[in-house]
Design a protein around this ligand. Structure first.
Ligand code: FES
Length: 293
């Protein structure tokens, strides 16, 4: 038995906007009876281009009915541009979540909406068609759709993909290909990842800033220097200027300047604030006890 939220139960037992609009402006049909779920969404616009009415007919489980019902509620009153921004996650979130194995129902809702908008924008001439290479022939799921659910929902396993779009849930013949798509997207994400945001930039008091600088030196910088027989001490912090002194091997190292900028300053900017810059206090290198620690 599935664990459904009260909202899912409510929309299942009392679905809103069931039926079909006569002379609709847009029609979206997705899924098929052969696949076990099917949804037909129709909408009508008002004179300002907002969705005045939306209705659905669906064949499927409690989640399919609840997600379709919520979809019609979410898009009513929106322009088509606004409605197009509704994601499967919005639908699932509105319901307070869905069992993982039922997330494909929320994806079906989003697909039906896109198909209906496309149908309207093409003057009623276009019906939803599979775009791109079909990876899962059992459920007619394309590479594009698999990539999309992986990206939008941060999926990492074939089971996740099956839960969100059914691909892989039949004969299993496409599972290897789905795995390759997941790997490709994960490696793309690593390449695209922006450099880490400073953890608390802009929100720090001076005391917090000094504390965070100390933590960053202790946890991120000192272990790397110690591995090479060196060390570092925090001497002072003046506004955004961090004054430090190298000890041990680092104090004599010809690459100290490089270490100061590319290791010490880079780490402090990454973990504390982008505005920080470091200066070496050569004098205090001779007075090792005059520091902030
Ligand atoms: S081809 Fe995907 S499950 Fe059969």
């Amino acid at each position: 038995m599935w664990e459904y939220t009260d909202k899912v139960r409510d929309h299942f037992f009392n679905p809103h906007n069931v039926g079909e609009i006569e002379n609709p402006d847009g029609i979206g049909e997705v899924g098929s009876l052969a696949c076990g779920d099917a949804l037909r969404l129709t909408f009508k616009l008002d004179k300002d281009g907002r969705i005045k009415d939306a209705r659905f007919k669906t064949f499927g489980c409690a989640s399919a009915i609840a997600t379709s019902s919520v979809l019609t509620e979410l898009i009513k009153g929106k322009t088509l541009d606004e409605a197009a921004k509704v994601t499967n996650k919005d639908i699932a979130d509105y319901l307070g979540g869905l069992p993982e194995q039922k997330m494909h129902c929320s994806v079906m809702g989003r697909e039906a909406l896109e198909a209906a908008i496309e149908n309207y924008r093409s003057g009623g001439t276009r019906k939803h068609q599979l775009e791109g290479k079909v990876v899962c022939t059992c459920f007619g799921v394309t590479e594009k759709e698999i990539e999309r659910v992986i990206r939008e929902n941060d999926l990492t396993t074939v089971e996740d993909v099956t839960n969100y779009c059914k691909a892989g849930g039949g004969c299993g013949g496409c599972r290897g290909e789905i795995e390759k798509i997941i790997e490709k997207i994960q490696s793309d994400k690593i390449k695209e990842a922006p450099t880490a945001e400073p953890r608390r930039a802009g929100k720090l008091t001076n005391i917090q800033k000094i504390q965070l600088i100390k933590e960053t030196i202790n946890e991120q910088i000192r272990p790397a220097l110690r591995a090479h027989g060196g060390n570092i001490e925090l001497i002072d912090v003046e506004g955004d200027k961090v004054i430090v002194a190298f000890r041990g091997m680092c104090a004599q190292c010809k690459l100290a300047e490089f270490t100061m900028k590319d290791v010490v300053e880079a780490k402090l900017r990454e973990f504390v604030s982008r505005d920080l810059f470091v200066e070496e206090d050569k004098e205090s290198a001779q007075q090792p006890h005059n520091h902030l620690e």
